[in-house]
Write a protein that binds this ligand. Structure first.
Ligand code: AHR
Length: 545
């Protein structure tokens, strides 16, 4: 947390300090009356490099994500394994560090055995989560092959819905045991002599949700997680296990679920999951873009709340173990969320959850990236939900891949955020938001800083980066960055994402409606003033001394 006395003494050059409102304080921001925002880098306090898994993604057997997204044998774009090679190129270029698979709701009715072995013998089944036909032509081994092709690490989900503890641990044995046991030999007979050594595992998905196949009560779930986790560690000591947290801040048992689950399985797990989807809707924002662009601060709040529960249970147990958080589903999702958009009508690869993302969505995704990075001391894993076709930055058709608007901030984070996340204090002008009429978990009377700033420093490669959101819909905002003990030498890149139409989006016919633009940077110096265009997300990369 911030050193308050130092913070206050640092303030004052750009305007008078008014108050430290609730969430401003929690993220190290202070409110000023007038003037440019000031972002000052505080001296390093030994923070380690952030875990790049915080910039992961999610691939579910859902709609066209796997079939025709990742895997389309017969397509002229497919490679020998049936993988869409254009998508492989895109994902490889993005550099997604970890990918969660195979669900999501799908996993709670999934029998992993159906998806391994000779393809001709794999059964076609009905996926009850999305009411779709699942041919099982793509399964765990195919996913691992795909992970290798694109350079991502697998994060496997387990079926805690219809699945038994026995089949869950058999899955770990199948994937991770070298040889000489029933399940490891089965893998070898399927052509995979070497173990996959999958390290990260989700113990079920959204098990508190009434929509979830096999929904459980918190303590039932916690005990099952404890049992499976214990057995898993017996098979492989190196696994990292993620318990299911509340599936959203609007759940009636939000935080109570997390506490009760952890009271049952704290000692056996390493992390707990958080999920959140956001939208510019009457209930969440009153369709106000100003409120919408503040929603990454709701994500900050959720992180702090769930972390507090983890710490509470840790203290109760007098444990020295600090759980980390896995924000393994996050995104904007509000348009394709009901009716035909979520019902596959027993079709194969139906068009489900095909959300079209516009400029304002992309700006908010930039905000989410900032939130995840500034909380990366606690959030070790996070997955943009999802990667392709289903609420995704990438969309395929028969001719190629489209980059949606949200691709841009995600790709920037992957490319530019490197090394250590710097400790940034920000003083900025703010605008008010009000609670009236909003869904309870988003009903807040608060002040929102016009700018949101995150910075990273890769000391080894002598590079620093800054990611900045300007929430001001009408005007340019100046941000003065005071670099402290980081010494900028040269500006390597400076790009912004902005536009006059917040509702504009990319299409296959017009793929550059939303595209980055070059922004004129100030010269590299210990104090740099950036002029952020109205409604923009900006990235800067610097060489440092
Ligand atoms: O990502 C889409 C769905 O949202 C997932 O299947 C589920 O876990 C969540 O409710």
């Amino acid at each position: 947390m911030i050193d308050r006395r130092r913070f206050l003494s640092d303030l004052g050059t750009a305007g008078a300090l008014l108050a430290s409102a609730s969430w401003l304080d929690a993220i190290g921001y202070a409110q000023i009356v007038r003037g440019p925002a000031r972002a000052f880098i505080r001296p390093a306090r030994g923070r380690a490099d952030f875990d790049r898994r915080v910039l992961g993604a999610f691939l579910e057997h859902l709609g066209r994500a796997v079939y025709t997204g990742v895997f389309e044998p017969g397509s002229r774009l497919a490679d020998a394994k049936g993988f869409r090679s254009d998508l492989v190129r895109e994902v490889k270029e993005l550099g997604v560090p970890i990918t969660r698979y195979p669900g999501g709701n799908f996993v709670s009715g999934y029998n992993w055995l159906d998806g391994v072995g000779p393809k001709a013998q794999r059964p076609t089944v009905l996926d009850r989560a999305w009411n779709s036909i699942e041919t099982n032509q793509f399964g765990t081994n195919d996913f691992i092959d795909w992970c290798r092709a694109v350079g991502t690490e697998p994060l496997l989900g387990m079926n805690f819905g219809t699945g038994t503890a026995e089949m869950a641990v058999a899955y770990v044995e199948y994937c991770n045991v070298d040889r000489g046991t029933k399940w490891s030999e089965l893998r070898r007979s399927h052509g995979y002599e070497q173990p996959h050594n999958v390290r990260y595992w989700c113990l079920g998905n959204e098990m508190d949700g009434p929509w979830q196949i096999g929904q459980l009560q918190s303590r039932e779930y916690g005990r099952k997680a404890r049992d499976v986790a214990r057995q898993m560690r017996g098979i492989d000591r190196n696994v990292q296990l993620i318990a299911c947290g509340s599936s959203g801040t609007n759940m009636p048992q939000y935080l109570v679920w997390d506490r009760e689950v952890l009271e049952e399985c704290f000692d056996q797990v390493d992390g707990i999951s958080l999920h959140a989807y956001y939208g510019n809707t009457p209930a969440l924002t009153r369709n106000s873009t100003a409120r919408y662009l503040a929603m990454n601060l709701d994500m900050d709040r959720q992180i702090h709340e769930v972390a507090a529960v983890c710490d509470y249970v840790q203290a109760l147990r007098r444990s020295s173990k600090r759980l980390w958080l896995s924000f393994d589903e996050w995104n904007v999702w509000y348009r394709a969320r009901s009716g035909d958009a979520v019902d596959g009508r027993r079709g194969f690869a139906p068009r489900l959850l095909e959300e079209v993302y516009n400029l304002e969505d992309a700006l908010l995704v930039g905000g989410f990236v900032n939130t995840l990075l500034r909380n990366s001391d606690r959030v070790r894993v996070a997955c943009l939900a999802q990667l392709v076709n289903v609420i995704a930055p990438l969309v395929t058709n028969e001719t190629g891949v489209l980059r949606q608007s949200t691709y841009i901030p995600y790709a920037w984070a992957l490319r530019y955020a490197r090394g250590r996340v710097l400790d940034v204090g920000v003083e900025a002008e703010t605008y008010p938001i009000t609670a009236a009429g909003l869904q309870a978990d988003f009903a807040r009377n608060d002040q929102v800083p016009f700018v949101d700033v995150v910075a990273t420093h890769d000391a080894q490669n002598r590079q620093a980066s800054v990611l900045m959101l300007n929430r001001d819909l009408d005007g340019e905002r100046e941000v003065v960055i005071e670099w402290g003990d980081v010494t900028p030498a040269r500006v390597l890149a400076c790009e912004t994402l902005t536009g006059s139409d917040l509702k504009a989006f990319n299409t296959f016919a017009q793929p550059r409606n939303i595209a980055p633009q070059r922004l004129e940077p100030p010269p590299a110096s210990p104090r740099m003033t950036f002029k952020l265009p109205a409604r923009s997300y900006t990235v800067v990369q610097l060489a440092t001394m």
